[in-house]
Design a protein around this ligand. Structure first.
Ligand code: ATP
Length: 149
């Protein structure tokens, strides 16, 4: 089967799941500024080294809220959304593992995750600050500490 012109959004759709095929697919998508690709329910993010503002605006957050996983384009918000929903439905803590080499974009990705989770968590204000503001205020020390571990 011919490879799709714009690559595939889930590596499990590749005809040949080997390293050259995976790298070529990621490169093809990267050229189109498609920095996110699934491998099943794992999200691969390729560092764009540029601000892709449209990917993270409030419209995107609204779109991903409650959307079935895999229905929309691969995105860090989709991972956060499914993790959040599982936590609510099961009534148990949940976690998201962000892994990669130095400079790969773990900190940026975690910021996006926290921003989206804060958005899902609601905007009720306590002491004059919204939940989102409070989460974003504590994320810097938490992330710095995490990097030191
Ligand atoms: N999604 C993204 N959008 C825009 N720029 C990004 C994105 N991800 C990473 N970057 C850019 O790459 C730089 C390095 O990313 P980041 O600091 O998140 O890497 P890291 O994996 O946390 O590195 P380290 O392990 O060394 O702390 C960022 O400062 C930012 O400029």
């Amino acid at each position: 089967m011919e490879a799709a012109a714009g690559g595939v959004d889930d590596m499990t759709k590749l005809s040949y799941l080997h390293e050259p095929g995976v790298l070529q697919n990621l490169a093809t998508r990267y050229e189109l500024n498609e920095i996110y690709t699934y491998t099943g329910n794992i999200l691969i993010a390729v560092n764009p080294f540029q601000r892709l503002q449209h990917l993270y605006d409030s419209h995107m957050m609204q779109q991903y809220k409650g959307a079935p996983f895999g229905e929309l384009s691969p995105h860090v918000f989709a991972v956060a959304d499914v993790a959040y929903r599982a936590m609510i439905h099961e009534g148990r803590s949940n976690s998201i593992l962000v892994s990669g080499e130095s400079g790969a974009g773990k900190t940026e990705t975690t910021k996006m995750l926290m921003q989206y989770l804060a958005y899902l968590g609601g905007r009720a204000a306590t002491e004059g600050r919204t939940v989102e503001q409070q989460v974003l205020e504590v994320r810097q020390p938490v992330l710095s500490h995490a990097r030191q571990l």
